[in-house]
Ligand binder design. Sequence first.
Ligand code: 9G3
Length: 582
Amino acid sequence: MRQSTLFATTLRQSPADAEAASHRLLLRAGFIRQLAAGIYAYLPLGRRVLAKIEGIVREEMDRAGAQEMLLTALQPAELWQASGRYEVYGPELVRLRDRHDREFALGPTHEEVITTLVKHDIRSYRRLPFTVYQIQTKFRDERRPRSGLLRGREFLMKDAYSFDTSWEGVDRSYRRMYEAYVRIFERCGLRFRAVEADPGAIGGEGGTHEFMALAEAGEDTIASCTRCGYSANLEKAEAGLPEEDADGTAGVEERRGAIAEADVEEAERIYTPGIRTIEQLTSFLGIEPRCVIKTLLYVADGQPVAVLVRGDHEANETKLLRALNAEQAELADADTVASVTGAPPGYAGPIGLGIPILVDEAVARMQSGVCGANEADYHVRRAVPGRDFAVHRTGDFRNVREGDRCPRCGQGELRLGRGIEVGHVFKLGTKYSEALGAAFLDAEGRERPLLMGCYGIGVSRLLAAIVEQRHDDKGIVWPAAIAPYRAHIVPVSARDETQVRVAERLYEELVRQGIETLLDDRDERAGVKFNDADLIGIPFRIVVGKQAGEGLVEYTVRADGEKRLLTVEDAIARIRAAAAAT
Ligand code: 9G3
C-alpha cells in the first residue's frame, strides 16, 4: 500500500474530550473517525486491524467447534415481548417502526433471535449439542458513550450461543468457549484476567466469568489474590475473613453472647449538632471510621431498605440487589430519608427503624459502634448489634478493599486494579428457552427445555483495549499478529532518487514475498514521516537513508526501538523471520 493514497491522514492533535489513550491515538493515527457520539467509522487502517482480530476470533471459534452464522440487526419487538425483556430495557434499546408501523428493535444482543430460530428447527436430542456464533454490529443507546471504541453506541461483537440437553453439557460447552477465549486474547497480545462476575440482568443460573483487559482506563475494578488464582469483579468479590482475627472469628451468635456478658454499657444518645458525614463524626468524637455503623437507606424496587456497613467500608449495590432479588436499587433521596427516619440525611441509624435492615458481617461482628439516632443533630454511642437493634439479615454487602484477606485461600491479600471488560461468558440455563418455548425431545420422548450458554467478545472494544495496553508517548505499538501492516518502508527523502529506487525495489520484493507492507512515498519532511510511523505503530520499519547507495538500510523494531544497519537482503530476512514468529 502506498501511503500517498491511503485514505485519512494523521492528525496533529486529538479532540479535547478524548481522554482515553486509545480514543486519542486511534483518531490521531487515522484509524477511526467519529460520525456522532459513540458512533465511529473505521478508516482503512482501522478496518485492517479489525479484520485481523475477527480472523483470530473466527479461527478459534471454529477450532472450538462453533458454527458461524449471521443474524439480523432488525429484531421483531414480539420476540422481546415474549422474553419479557422489552419492558426491562429502557432507552438503551433502540426501537423503530417499519413502513407498516410494526415495532422493531436494533439488536443489542441476540438471545431472543437465536432461541427463536433454534426453536423452529431443533426437536430431537440427536441434533444436540451445538454452538453457533456471529460477528455483527450491536446497537445500545448508551446514555453517556465515551472513550471512543471503549464504550460506543454501535459496536462490533462476537456473540455465541450454545445449546445442550444437560447441565453437564452446558459445563462442557462453557469450558470450551472459555478456553477459546484464553487463546484469542493471548494471540491478540492482550494482558487479561478471567474474573468471577455477577450475571446481572441477563440472569443465568450457573455462573459467569468476565475477561478483563488490565488497563487504568478500564471502568471495572478487579480484585485479585496475591497468592491463589482468585480473581473477581468488585461487584461480586467476596469479603473474606475479618482482618483482625486471622484465626477465624467465632460465629456472630457466640460473639453476641460474649458481648452481653461483657456488659457493654447501654447505648447513649449524644448531641452532635450539624454532624452529618463520617469524617465530621469521627473527628467530632475522636474515633476511627471502623467504630462507626454507617446506615445507608436504599429504595429497592420501590421499597425502602437499610444497609449497615462499617464506617470504613462501602456498600456494594450488586450484592444488595442479589440479596433482595431486586431488579434495581438506588440510594434514597432526602425526602425518603426524612419520612423513614424522621431526620435529615446524616442521622440515620438502625435503632427503632421500621424497615428491613441488611447488616454487613463486619458490622454484626462489632462489639459496639456509633450510629445515627434517627433524630436531627443526634447520634448514638455504644450501640450493640443484636442488643440495641436486630441483626436478622447479615451477609456480605460491602465492597472488598485493597489488602482484605482472600476469601478463597485465606492467606493471600486482595489487590484492586482497573479492567476493561472485553469478554463475558454465561451459563444461561433455560431462561430464554422456557420463555420462548425452545424444547427438545429426550431419548425417552419427553419434552425438555434446551439448556443454553451465551458468550460475548467486544471485538471493537478489544481493538481499543489492545491500544490502551500497547502505546507509548509517540503512538500505538501494534502486536504483529493484528497490525494493519507488518512492514513500514520509510525513505528519508522522496527527492533522492537512489533512496526512492531502493525503497521501491524493497517494497516490490516484500510484497512479492507476501509481507503486508506500507510504503511512505509521500513528499514530506523526514521528521513528519518518522512521527507518523511512530503514531501508526507498524511493528517493523525499514528506513532508507544516506547509506542506501551502499545497499545498507536501517531496520527498526517499533516495540523496543532496536535499530540495526543491515543489507537490504538481511532486512528482508529479519522481517520474514519476525512476521513468521507471530
Ligand atoms: C439490551 C440492551 C443492552 C444489553 C442487553 C440487552 C447487555 C443485554 C447482556 C448481554 C449478555 C450476553 C450475548 C453475548 C454475551 C453477552 N446489555 N446485555 O442483554 F436490550 Cl439495550 O448482552 N449476550
